[in-house]
Design a protein around this ligand. Structure first.
Ligand code: ADP
Length: 245
């Protein structure tokens, strides 16, 4: 379990996160939403101990400050928001980089890489260069690399942004299938409809504070969504959509 106790983050004089308390158990999902600049990426980075924070973060009861980087990486992998590289690795070489952080006692390299390539539907691309594939394909490579890392949780920062609708649907269903196999997904998303495919707690952030933390069926959810995004929320055939207030 990952547990955040009174987490606050400041950049210079700017308070970015204030007293965040939450926990995510193994195999559970957390969907983080909020307007631009509300602190979502900052929250994700602090959960991985990547930035300085006040308060305490515990992983399985142990203070994250006592973890080495590779110990954290065994617990939580990271699919970043924007990824570019000037280097021309093949897809397979790139995905295999996730092995670097893997639990050493379970190494079965070739099988793990092939499985990750298949789960993310990029097996046929394995010999292509990653700087010559589409944005959606690259996103699948990042997920495959995280899978190879074999961590308890995969965290993802807006993995569907900048993708066309077909790629969005494909990536959503890959993420949902990982979750159904028991992988805990911690995801920053702008698409509220992701909660249809990914059960879990929803965290709504506004100005670095938690406005809502709970399940979709909580009666406060829609009201909080409206307050946080300053829109009117509608639901039709199980799909959320928004209009101006
Ligand atoms: P979100 O992911 O919700 O869009 P972020 O966590 O990226 O928000 O950013 C929250 C706020 O922190 C924004 O105002 C942003 O400009 C600021 N911020 C983010 N990273 C830094 C940084 N490295 N230095 C200074 N300010 C930052």
């Amino acid at each position: 379990m990952i547990k955040l106790k009174n987490i606050s983050v400041r950049y210079g004089k700017n308070q970015i996160l204030s007293n965040i308390n939450l926990e995510v158990k193994e195999g559970e999902n957390l969907i983080i939403m909020g307007p631009n600049g509300s602190g979502k990426t900052t929250l994700l980075k602090s959960m991985m101990g990547l930035i300085h924070f006040e308060g305490e973060i515990e992983i399985d009861g142990r203070n994250i400050r006592s973890f080495s980087r590779s110990e954290i990486a065994r617990y939580i992998s990271y699919v970043p928001q924007i990824f570019t590289t000037p280097f021309s690795f093949t897809v397979k070489e790139f995905v295999s980089m996730g092995l670097y952080r893997k639990k050493r006692d379970y190494w079965d390299e070739e099988n793990d890489i092939e499985e990750a390539l298949k789960i993310t539907n990029i097996y046929d691309l394995k010999d292509k260069y990653i700087n010559k594939i589409s944005g959606g394909e690259l996103q699948k490579c990042l997920i495959a690399r995280a899978l190879v890392q074999d961590s308890e949780f995969i965290s993802m920062d807006e993995p569907m942004s900048h993708l066309d609708v077909k790629a969005v649907l494909e990536i959503s269903s890959i993420i949902a299938s990982l979750s159904s196999k028991g992988k805990g997904i911690i995801i920053v998303s702008h698409d509220v409809n992701i909660i249809k495919n990914l059960n879990g707690n929803i965290l709504l952030l506004k100005n670095g504070n938690i406005s809502f933390l709970g399940k979709e069926d909580n009666p406060d959810f829609v009201r909080s969504l409206e307050t946080v995004f300053e829109v009117k929320v509608h639901k039709n055939n199980d799909i959320y959509y928004f209009t101006k207030l």
